[in-house]
Write a protein that binds this ligand. Sequence first.
Ligand SMILES: Cc1cc2nc3c(=O)[nH]c(=O)nc-3n(C[C@H](O)[C@H](O)[C@H](O)COP(=O)(O)OP(=O)(O)OC[C@H]3O[C@@H](n4cnc5c(N)ncnc54)[C@H](O)[C@@H]3O)c2cc1C
Length: 248
Amino acid sequence: MAGTAVLGRLTWRVADVVDVRAETPRARTLVLDVPGWAGHRAGQHVDLRLTAEDGYQAQRSYSIASAPDGTRIELTVVRVEDGEVSPYLTGEIGPGDRIELRGPVGGYFVWEPAHGGPLLLVGGGSGLAPLMAMVRLRAAVGSPAETRLLVSSRSEEDVLYRAELGRLAGGGLTVVHTLTASRPAGWSGYARRVDADMLAEVGPGPAARPHAFVCGPTPFVEAVAEALVALGHEPQRIRTERFGPTGG
Ligand SMILES: Cc1cc2nc3c(=O)[nH]c(=O)nc-3n(C[C@H](O)[C@H](O)[C@H](O)COP(=O)(O)OP(=O)(O)OC[C@H]3O[C@@H](n4cnc5c(N)ncnc54)[C@H](O)[C@@H]3O)c2cc1C
């Protein structure tokens, strides 16, 4: 049985694009229906495969941003301007299109309600996507796990899921934003890259032994993980997922 399940995850299957939502000027969420989808855990990703008419193929990974929900999954893609795949996913693809994917992939960067809290979630740019799956799952099951979510975005208009995060905050979930490139007039939140002082202020501190999940561009993830270790967090309680090679 276990072997069958693994084969299912590694097999390419065809998903239907059933909806597309604009999240920000540079990001869209694709709502996919995946016939035969057996579910996923919050934090996992899928591999997408695109095939051009001449047979050329490109493959990229995208985190599942939605909580488990039948055969539906949601992916949020932020456009990388000179990218090969993300401009297509954020511009051209739409309802009625079909796309190849396989997954769910990954068993390490995963939170389940039974793991409890406290949680310290730190996301940079599109790195918020798998953390959003955790926050949505936490809300869906009514988990009381104390959760601090620190979101780093370039500007206010680049903040993903802003309205939904505003609605979900409270009841043990604290959402803190930092804007690294530009701020609207009157902005009173953080206005710099995530650093140790910010992480200490956001908490929970190492004494609370939070499960930390850090996701985003590679330099962001490395800087945050180093800062957490310097603050005294146990390295084995810090889980990281690196999205790309460049800063953001
Ligand atoms: C496990 C995993 C999960 C991921 N989940 C998501 C997700 O949920 N949403 C999402 O938008 N992306 C996600 N990514 C990143 C995604 O796989 C692609 O790397 C991204 O969409 C860029 O692909 P592209 O073909 O447009 O760019 P490419 O043609 O691959 O690259 C073009 C240029 O952009 C640079 N670049 C590549 N990736 C990034 C990046 N992430 N940020 C900045 N510059 C980059 C490259 O170095 C290159 O110079 C994930 C990556 C991994 C490994």
